[in-house]
Design a protein around this ligand. Structure first.
Ligand code: ATP
Length: 354
């Protein structure tokens, strides 16, 4: 078990900065997600925590000990690689035993430990099978077994399910989460899949271009995105931005959009200039009573709900409304925004006004 503190950690490769000064804390026993688009610095961050890459500056503290310049072998961390490289010429038992045998653990103890792990993963029956003929799922379980068997302080996983098809991926992600709930070992998991991060993570760090955009529990990140990047990256369809030029702040509880008064939460931060009102599709209602109107461009049927694309004076937006509501393409509709779910952004800095 381990608490991990990443403090002002930065990584440069020559003239290129892959990770800007980043700080976040991973609590003991947490399932922690590093989320962001390709190239944002997730893997580099993970590799620095593992000790496979040394930070240019900053500190990594594991259980109170500053380890940023310590080699990987001294950090008691298990790295589960994406490709789950198993030793193809060995059977399942030998694959799982390998880390213990190379540590010099006595044979009887190894046997006991491997059997315990096999039971946790439900692979007791295949211990003597060669890994070559195993299904994808069993191969993943064997690779996990090899990581778990060492009882490391912490597991690091870099897109471990990336190579799997969608259905199987969902099944394995549930298994991984259930395994974590039983073992409670600190786990850091890299993914570019926002849904996977929201479903599996206790906490999420969202990164973009080497910068930590936000760090928190999934619901806060979804409900209160700190930046337009986070608002756009999390959720599907993503948050709408109704762009306008104006001013907010100073205890104001409404903004004017194209002549209509739209209620917003009172913000402490004031701003003037190019702003945006952020609202998620599920927080928009169609209502004849609203003076803020738009024209329906398209409808997409999704079973219980439908997603409607609407052209407004502040840009095209999407609303998720019940399928029972009849909506025609070309129709003019009134739009009501749930004031509790509105976030205002300064579009120049991209930051939410708090
Ligand atoms: P992906 O999901 O595509 O792996 P990522 O978010 O994990 O992306 P990183 O692999 O951390 O991103 O890479 C961040 C940036 O740093 C990328 O632009 C990458 O090209 C660069 N980079 C990573 N490792 C090195 C290296 N050893 N030398 C030079 N540049 C590197």
């Amino acid at each position: 078990m381990a608490q991990i503190i990443v403090q002002n950690v930065r990584k440069e490769f020559g003239a290129f900065t892959a990770v800007q000064s980043s700080s976040f804390t991973i609590e003991d026993g947490e399932f922690f997600m590093l989320l962001g688009p390709s190239g944002c610095g997730k893997t580099t961050t993970l590799r620095m925590i593992a000790g496979l890459e040394l930070p240019t500056s900053g500190e990594i503290i594991i259980d109170g000990e500053e380890v940023s310049q310590k080699p990987a072998s001294k950090r008691d961390i298990a790295f589960v690689f994406q490709m789950f490289a198993l030793y193809p010429h060995m059977n399942v038992r030998k694959n799982i035993s390998y880390p213990l045998i190379s540590q010099g653990m006595p044979k009887a103890e190894v046997k006991k430990k491997v059997e315990e792990v096999a039971q946790i993963l439900g692979i007791e029956k295949i211990l003597n099978r060669p890994v070559g003929g195993l299904s994808g799922g069993d191969r993943q379980r064997v690779a996990l077994g090899r990581a778990i068997v060492r009882d490391p302080k912490c597991f690091l996983m870099d897109e471990p399910l990336g190579a799997l098809d969608a259905e199987f991926r969902e099944h394995m992600s549930e298994e991984l989460r259930a395994l974590h709930d039983r073992m409670r070992a600190t786990t850091i998991y890299v993914t570019h899949d926002q849904l996977e991060a929201m479903q599996m993570g206790d906490k999420i760090v969202v990164m973009n271009h080497g910068v930590v955009e936000q760090f928190g529990v999934p619901q806060d990140i979804y409900d209160w995105p700190a930046t337009m990047f986070v608002a756009d990256f999390i959720g599907s369809p993503s948050m709408n931005f109704l762009r306008f030029h104006g001013m907010v702040g100073g205890g104001q509880d409404a903004v004017e959009l194209n002549g209509s008064r739209i209620a917003v939460p009172v913000s402490r931060d004031g701003a003037k200039g190019d702003l945006a009102l952020g609202i998620r599709p599920e927080h928009i209602r169609l209502s004849d009573a609203s003076g803020y109107r738009g024209e329906v461009l398209a409808t997409e049927y999704l079973g219980t709900n439908q997603v409607i694309t609407i052209n407004t004076a502040n840009g095209d937006i999407k609303a998720r409304v019940p399928s029972t509501q009849s909506v025609q393409v070309g129709e003019k509709v009134g739009l009501e925004f749930d004031p509790r779910a509105v976030t205002l952004f300064d579009t120049e800095s991209g930051r939410a006004l708090l």
